[in-house]
Design a protein around this ligand. Structure first.
Ligand SMILES: [Fe+2]
Length: 197
């Protein structure tokens, strides 16, 4: 295991959660649908917990959570860009369009978040000792929530787009009702939506 790269992943993962908090706060300013609002409020709280869980991992590993790396700066820049994109959309004066942009921004932020945790899970299986244990415990705590954040918001983004195109949408999306947590589940939800319209 390349320790330096393991640490880099953890710095990026922490920055992703911290940026995620800002993304959800801005997305909640753009949301129109009440159910989606409830969902994102819950995801915001969970993202704040994920940040705390990661800070706990940093403590256990004796890592400075404020240390900068070039990769971490890139992650921060991307998070800030997503917030700026939502501000731009909100300023344009079409609330439905701004909500759609917000859903896409959440999907983009959660795509990185999801991959970080997938990698942390793989590392946890390989690493031994206290470090491996700390990663495994953190991963077990957040894994299911990360799946929901990504897959359910992907469903919302798709259905809100379908609605805006004037086609029959399934809201809330089938990913929600079917509690989708895997890529295979997304495929099933897409098949099911055809029957739900
Ligand atoms: Fe997260």
């Amino acid at each position: 295991m390349k320790e330096e790269h393991v640490h880099e992943l953890l710095f990026q993962a922490l920055e992703t959660e911290q940026g995620g908090v800002q993304v959800y706060k801005k997305a909640l300013e753009c949301v129109v649908n009440d159910e989606l609002k409830k969902e994102w409020q819950e995801y915001l709280e969970q993202t704040q917990q994920h940040e705390q869980i990661l800070l706990g991992v940093f403590d256990k590993l004796g890592l400075d959570s404020t240390a900068e790396t070039p990769g971490r700066e890139v992650v921060r820049h991307k998070g800030e860009s997503l917030v700026a994109a939502m501000e731009m959309a909100r300023g344009a004066g079409n609330p439905q369009a701004a909500q759609l942009v917000a859903a896409e921004c959440v999907v983009e932020a959660e795509t990185k978040d999801h991959m970080n945790w997938e990698l942390i899970g793989l590392l946890a299986e390989e690493m031994e000792g206290e470090e491996g244990k700390a990663l495994k415990e953190a991963h077990d705590e957040v894994e299911d929530e990360e799946d929901e954040h990504l897959y359910h918001t992907m469903g919302w983004a798709r259905e809100l787009w379908i609605e805006s195109l004037g086609m029959p949408a399934v809201l809330p999306p089938p990913e929600e009702e079917k509690e989708v947590q895997t890529d295979i589940g997304v495929g099933r939800a897409k098949l099911a939506r055809k029957k739900m319209r």
